[in-house]
Design a protein around this ligand. Structure first.
Ligand SMILES: *Cc1c(COP(=O)(O)O)cnc(C)c1O
Length: 383
């Protein structure tokens, strides 16, 4: 963030999310180039950030959408994403959501259980429309990330277990209004160990053989999302090239098969920062507290997942001191960082919490009856 930008922050009510659309563009440039090189189809996971301006830019780049509610599908459609580019995931899709999505004729439901398949079939039959599904399979892979964002292990509620697949394939024969087109996976989020994706590819290769032996052809292999970003170095772009080439190297596709991905965090994480003002600096027993006007209601990741975000003081260049950077909410977990070294910090200083473009604004709440944080875009400030 340059000095001019920071100067303009003075006229804006804090806290707010600041989105640098140039950064988003360069991330999308890299993503597009690397995915095109590898013949990959992309569905942006809206839940990371469904802000309409951000979504519009992503839609303009030609990405499809991965949605987990009807409202997300609706937002994707409004941003100009075609129904044929939209997939619908989630372990608890409601009847109403399924009805709407069948009617919209989306590309595919990523199904998580036999009861869900039955409900989709019934609803599709009432509309006399054949609906495409992929099976979300729990691959039993440890994602080596925080336990709250691991989704592909045995105790997880997500996906269909491999021991159920025999029943699933049998059941499909009775369900005339759903057509199996592929298999889908999503093992977790903020995954930084590439070997996790290599293990996933091996599992997929085994499963492919199983489906072949049951004469169930699969057109779509959907790897899901999960690529991590570098929270320590917010200037770094995600490693799309390494990620896609690793998957291409280890996965064994059959003729005519398409490879799909659902990146969320990696698309939007680095373009957003939460900007706040320091309300008070007060001494603790062995630290100084910098109390911000932003709290866990604006950015819940540190409280929810013990997540790290880089914290910067944008307006002080004094000598460095050690602070616990906290919010105003009545919860002890309302802490953005402990023992953070910042230039000597005063009331009124601007603090940036970096890499907050994903699962930031999207997860904001009104706890304590606080207002929701506003979004400010780089090109608004240039006017
Ligand atoms: C959340 C989610 C994603 C996106 O995950 P990221 O870690 O943000 O890339 C993709 N697919 C599914 C099914 C998801 O639930």
């Amino acid at each position: 963030m340059n000095k001019e930008t920071i100067k303009k922050f003075r006229n804006i009510k804090t806290p707010f999310y600041y989105y640098d659309l140039d950064i988003l563009n360069s991330t999308l440039d890299i993503l597009k180039e690397e995915s095109a090189n590898s013949g990959i189809k992309l569905h942006y996971a809206l839940k990371a950030n469904p802000n309409p301006r951000i979504l519009k830019q992503i839609a303009d780049y030609g990405l499809g959408a991965d949605c987990v509610s009807w409202n997300e599908i609706d937002a994707a459609l409004k941003a100009g994403i075609e129904p044929s580019e939209i997939v619908f995931a989630g372990v608890g899709k409601s009847d109403e959501e399924i009805e709407n999505a069948v009617k919209a004729d989306i590309f595919c439901f990523n199904c998580e259980s036999i009861p869900e398949m039955e409900v989709i079939n019934e609803i599709a039959s009432k509309q006399n429309r054949v609906t495409r599904i992929a099976l979300r399979i729990n691959p039993l892979i440890e994602a080596h990330t925080h336990k709250y964002i691991t989704t592909g292990i045995e105790e997880s509620k997500f996906g269909i277990n491999t021991w159920e697949l025999e029943d699933v394939v049998k059941k499909l024969k009775d369900l005339q209004f759903i057509q199996l087109i592929g298999i889908h996976f999503h093992v977790g989020s903020q995954i930084t160990q590439m070997s996790v994706f290599q293990s996933l590819c091996s599992r997929i290769n085994e499963l492919q053989e199983w489906f072949s032996s049951r004469n169930a052809p699969l057109r779509v292999i959907n790897i899901g999302g999960g690529l991590g970003i570098d929270y320590e170095n917010p200037e770094n772009q995600p490693k799309f090239k390494e990620y896609f080439s690793l998957v291409k190297k280890f996965i064994q596709l059959k003729p005519g098969q398409e490879l799909h991905f659902e990146p969320g965090r990696s698309v939007v994480g680095q373009c957003g920062s939460l900007i706040s003002r320091v309300l008070y600096v007060k001494p603790g027993s062995n630290t100084l507290f910098a109390v911000l006007d932003a709290g866990m209601t604006d950015l819940i990741r540190p409280a929810l997942y013990q997540a790290y975000h880089k914290i910067e003081n944008l307006t002080s260049d004094g000598k460095k001191l050690r602070y616990d950077v906290v919010g105003p909410i009545c919860e002890s977990s309302d802490t953005f960082g402990k023992s953070v070294y910042l230039p000597e910090t005063h009331r009124g200083d601007f603090i940036a919490i970096r890499s907050a473009g994903a699962y930031g604004e999207a997860m904001a709440s009104r706890y304590n009856l606080r207002p929701l944080p506003q979004a400010v875009f780089s090109d608004d400030l240039q006017k």
